[in-house]
Design a protein around this ligand. Structure first.
Ligand code: CA
Ligand code: CA
Length: 851
């Protein structure tokens, strides 16, 4: 039973089912007080779910802390990474087991996984079984542990530190407080004894000493009780062969508390067994979440909150809208009906329409015992929802610049030692690759001149990613051309590499950011005659940098004639300069061409020399790629991306130059693109309208109608009526992109696509979404993301105006958006193109509401 039917069985019916299940010898259905397997293949009881490799380590970003045995404890995912692991506290790039086989046995009420470490030809089986209280985890070995893994391989389960902050533990009755901040114990070990990290990279900067650090236990015993004082978090774990409690944050800020038992040497069969007994509160129900716009509402717009309810909850008949008066009184203004929507993921949903409230003022919603924060209704509520992104977030991201804000310095001028040609035959830990040739005139390791200019650190990992930069520049130019915001709150001096926040300098900030992006993109064309993929830290121990970006490298060009760690003030012997990944990519070159063609228009009469250079580079990239027959071949996803980029490049060059070859190529590409994936290219098709005749518009109409049907379908797929993706990275970009596309369509075909399809995307980002109701734009709306994955994530804080990826739907049915733990990048990492697209969307909405 998954409890999603919304039908409450009578007691008699439940008893009959239990009896039937017993007679059949099968597991009991889920009931209070006992875990049972449900039809979504996880163990479930009120207040506790136990997932066993519902998600596996997919290898994309290695250990993402979203796989293995996991607990959802009273609605919060508090434990992850339950598996046989090879380190006391595995980091992101430590070896992860491959899931060979997962067996769900409904009769026995067990889930078994076979795990494999290829490096050691080592297989283990982990069996999870529901018990009268909690569950057991057993590890089986069919052959003894490989010698190399003795004292290394163990059964681990990781607990989320922020879920246990300011709580205690007992280890065989000995009390302790779970540390708020990591403070050991650790030990130094010889590098040769370390189990190698991903592809032989190292997260540790050993300063040439051939050593690394491992975490030692802070407590040990046969019985461990976590948070005995908190009924929502209490977990008892017992193991006759002993348990260790460790704090992974000593070696990586994104580490978790780890409970661990080493596997014994020379043993086969069942080698470890844990009894795990998380407390589950009888009859527990998750509190309702009222999804609504934290920034408020325009008086004339549709206002519909979405209430997210526990699957076992029953919607109340009504909610209440209160107004807050100048005297501080709360006055009831409306009792809207609560309309059941139905099940989605693991919850059930209802909607509350309060559109009739249209008088400007301050309001809040109440549903049962839940109250929203106070929000405004006013014609200007969205006018400033994009400003912090432009005023604060983008300036803070500016690479190669010193960024000051009043008394605070965000970072020094970073990466002045950019960049060296990346080596050949190299697989970078962030996914970038170099083949057997550089495809440039530079030798591996050689300094490439002119790259220490412009760009934004993108975003948690500080690289200059060309695809993201191209998209970012496009969104900023779109914003400039359609809405022309002249806002000036930032001082930018490229000559002295100095940026100052909240200090107007007479120049529109948007143009200054377009210039910052164009400078980075053009620098690549100067150095290589085309765009390249990425400029990124060469060593893993630099890549995970947290803090002032100017300290990720030493800022001095590498000189191999100097000793390592030495410098003469002009150069250094430390090879920390970023690498530039240069293998040819037609898609990247086209994307850069599109952005530069667009930037050339925005920068005209602002920086004419740069505008000329942008346009020349854009034209050359288009011609070069068109002339290269190898670039035009290929099928599948890569070819689709390339054709999409070529379409964008042709369109932007057409808009800039009005020349026929670009118009012809655009027409050749746009119709097949619309046939393949209309949502992906229909915004480009609409942007082409002014350049073609009435026949073009007629031909486009059926695609627009079909797209409209897709919008209508979304309203039946989830209660928010926006596209919610299920990938390993949450989908706010998909929502923003969808809403921005709807804006273009609404302007061109208002009779087919209404403005609500644009507003729904905006309000989703501002708090009307699953899992929580915070605004995903830090600092925007009454309550917003205050802990996110920016440069300052180790301080559990935010950068104003940053937009996070949002709600991650973990398999099979758990929407998650952690507000107390910054380190899940798929939920909390600010990224430049999403933030630029947000600036566009917020301006677009303001334009719709103030035509
Ligand atoms: Ca300015
Ligand atoms: Ca350097």
């Amino acid at each position: 039973m998954n409890g999603l039917s919304g039908v409450r069985l009578s007691e008699a019916a439940t008893a009959a089912l239990v009896l039937l299940a017993c007679l059949a010898g099968g597991p009991l259905p889920a009931a209070d007080g006992r875990l049972a397997l449900n039809d979504r293949e996880y163990f479930e009881q009120r207040g506790l779910d136990v997932l066993v490799f519902s998600s596996e380590y997919d290898g994309m970003f290695f250990d993402e802390k979203t796989a293995g045995i996991e607990l959802i404890h009273h609605g919060v995912r508090t434990a992850t990474g339950g598996a046989v692991r090879l380190k006391p506290t595995p980091e992101q790039w430590d070896q992860i087991p491959r899931l060979v086989k997962r067996t769900v046995d409904r009769q026995a009420g067990t889930i078994e996984v076979r795990l494999r470490y290829e490096d050691f030809d080592f297989d283990s089986r982990v069996l999870v079984k529901a018990e009268p209280q909690g569950f057991s985890i057993s590890v089986f070995l069919d052959s003894p542990l490989p010698e190399r893994l003795v004292g290394r391989a163990g059964l681990n389960l990781e607990f989320l530190p922020s879920a246990y902050f300011e709580k205690t533990y007992l280890a065989d009755g000995r009390p302790g407080v779970l540390p708020l901040y990591p403070s050991g114990p650790t030990q130094v070990k010889p590098a040769a004894t370390q189990i190698r990290q991903f592809a032989g990279h190292s997260t540790f900067d050993d300063r040439g000493r051939s050593e690394y650090v491992e975490v030692d236990p802070m407590a040990s015993g046969e019985t461990l009780v976590l948070a005995p004082e908190d009924p929502q978090r209490r977990v008892v774990i017992e193991c006759a062969s002993g348990l260790m409690l460790l704090d992974g944050r000593n070696v990586a800020q994104n580490g978790w508390y780890v409970v661990r038992t080493l596997l014994p040497a020379h043993a086969t069969g069942k080698v470890v067994e844990w009894s795990v007994r998380p407390n589950a509160i009888d009859g527990w129900k998750r509190d309702p979440v009222i999804g609504f716009s934290q920034a408020g509402y325009h008086p004339s717009q549709k206002k519909a909150a979405v209430v997210e309810l526990d699957a076992k909850d029953t919607p109340l008949p009504t909610a209440t809208v209160f107004e807050v008066t100048p005297a501080g009184e709360t006055v009831e203004r409306l009792q809207p009906k609560v309309l059941p929507w139905g099940p989605y993921l693991r919850y059930r949903y209802a909607t509350v329409d309060f559109t009739s409230i249209d008088r400007p003022g301050l309001y809040f919603l109440q549903y049962g015992a839940q109250r929203t924060p106070v929000f405004p209704i006013d014609p200007n509520v969205y006018a400033n929802t994009w400003q912090q992104t432009l005023d604060v977030w983008f300036p803070v991201q500016m690479d190669h610049m010193f960024v000051n804000e009043a008394y605070r310095v965000w970072h020094g001028a970073a990466h002045l030692d950019d960049a060296r040609q990346a080596p050949v035959n190299h697989q970078h830990f962030d996914g970038f690759k170099m083949g057997p040739a550089t495809d440039t005139r530079y030798q591996p390791g050689e300094r490439v001149p002119g790259l220490a200019v412009g760009g934004w650190t993108d975003a948690g990992d500080d690289d200059i990613r060309t695809a993201s930069h191209s998209a970012t520049v496009m969104h900023l130019v779109d914003t400039w051309e359609l809405f022309r915001p002249l806002r000036d709150q930032t001082f930018v001096d490229q000559a002295t590499r100095y940026v100052d926040l909240h200090r107007p300098d007479g120049k529109p900030d948007l143009l200054q950011q377009i210039e910052q992006g164009a400078l980075a993109l053009v620098a690549q064309h100067r150095a290589f005659g085309r765009a390249i993929e990425d400029i990124i830290a060469p060593q893993l121990h630099q890549y995970h940098h947290l803090g002032d970006w100017s300290t990720q490298t030493d800022g001095l060009p590498y000189d191999p004639t100097l000793k390592r760690y030495e410098s003469n003030g002009k150069a250094s012997g430390t090879p920390d300069d970023r690498w530039v990944f240069t293998n040819k990519s037609s898609a990247t070159n086209y994307a850069s061409s599109a952005a530069l063609a667009a930037a050339s228009r925005a920068l005209r009469n602002y920086n004419d020399a740069l505008a000329d250079e942008c346009l020349a580079a854009a034209r050359k990239a288009w011609s070069d790629e068109r002339a290269d027959p190898a670039a035009a071949t290929g099928t599948g996803f890569e070819a689709m991306v390339r054709r999409g980029a070529e379409l964008g490049s042709s369109l932007q060059l057409l808009i800039t130059t009005k020349e026929k070859p670009y118009a012809d190529r655009f027409q050749e590409l746009v119709w097949p693109a619309l046939d393949r994936a209309p949502g992906y290219s229909i915004a480009a098709a609409v942007r082409g309208l002014p350049f073609f005749d009435a026949a073009y518009r007629e031909r486009l109409l059926p695609y627009v109608r079909r797209y409209r049907e897709e919008i209508d379908r979304l309203a039946t797929e989830n209660p928010y009526g926006v596209p919610i993706t299920r990938r390993g990275w949450a989908g706010n970009e998909a929502v923003i992109s969808w809403a921005a596309t709807n804006y273009h369509l609404h302007k061109a075909f208002p009779e087919i696509v209404g403005r609500e399809a644009v507003l729904d995307g905006l309000t989703y980002i501002l708090g009307r979404h699953p899992a929580s109701n915070v605004s995903f734009v830090s600092g925007v709306g009454t309550r917003s993301k205050r802990i996110a994955y920016g440069q300052n994530r180790a301080d559990f804080t935010f950068i104003a105006g940053g937009v996070v990826p949002g709600v991650l739907v973990l398999k099979p049915d758990f929407p998650e958006s952690k507000d107390d733990w910054p380190f899940l990048w798929g939920e909390n990492e600010y990224v430049i193109d999403i933030c630029a697209h947000w600036i566009f969307l917020a301006n677009a909405v303001d334009d719709l509401l103030h035509p």
